[in-house]
Ligand binder design. Structure first.
Ligand SMILES: [Ca+2]
Ligand SMILES: [Ca+2]
Length: 208
């Protein structure tokens, strides 16, 4: 064992000398193994690893920066996608709750989400929103004046352009002042309903 080790050491000396004289063609495997002193080898491994780490980190930095800045680059594309959990249709994002609340409680939740109860401006928007819940509050009410439906943004509800569920609004049970969107068998469309009933709801916010 010790003999073997000694011979190795003498190899090292010879090889180091050789290296100084000729920075030459690669020696065979055995020589490579013994040529640099163990200390040097450790050092070079450390340097190499450090270099690799630097390269890795640089790559990570670049890709991270790309991922972070790319959407913000072009102004218009800044908020091109909706927050996680929201649906996109046209230039709006929609949140469909899984909980149930009163109309006012629902609206409060939307406001907390930097949105409001949905304002349905077109048949296409209504069609898109149909089917997510059996009943979901939308942002219309006739509280101010019975029979005059207005959206939460102040615009009047175009009663003829949108689809109401069969026989609605009917002001049943002594007045139903809040609007919901139904997707039930034989009962599909807008409906007036008791504001304090607990229902799912739909929030809307625009993309920009
Ligand atoms: Ca809308
Ligand atoms: Ca009704």
């Amino acid at each position: 064992m010790s003999v073997f080790f000694q011979s190795n050491e003498s190899d090292v000396h010879i090889e180091v000398g050789e290296y100084q004289e000729f920075p030459k063609a690669a020696p065979d495997d055995a020589v490579i193994e013994t040529s640099p002193s163990p200390k040097l080898r450790h050092l070079s491994v450390v340097v190499l690893s450090f270099g690799l780490l630097c390269v890795l980190q640089g790559t990570l930095n670049i890709s991270l920066r790309l991922a972070l800045t790319e959407p913000a680059d072009g102004g218009e594309t800044e908020e091109e996608t909706c927050p996680p959990g929201w649906l996109m249709f046209g230039t709006s994002c929609y949140y469909i709750s899984s909980q149930r609340r009163s109309w006012d409680g629902s609206r409060q939740d939307c406001v907390q989400r930097d949105a409001d109860l949905v304002v349905i401006d077109s048949r296409q928007e209504q069609a898109f929103l149909t089917g997510f819940a059996m009943a979901a509050w939308v942002g219309m009410t006739d509280r101010e004046e019975e029979g005059t439906w207005i959206w939460v943004d102040g615009t009047p509800v175009d009663k003829d352009r949108l689809q109401w569920a069969f026989g609605q609004p009917d002001g049943a049970f002594g007045g139903e002042d809040c609007g919901d969107l139904r997707t039930m068998l034989n009962f599909i469309g807008l409906n007036d309903f008791n504001c304090s009933a607990r229902s799912q709801w739909i929030c809307e916010k625009t993309l920009w």
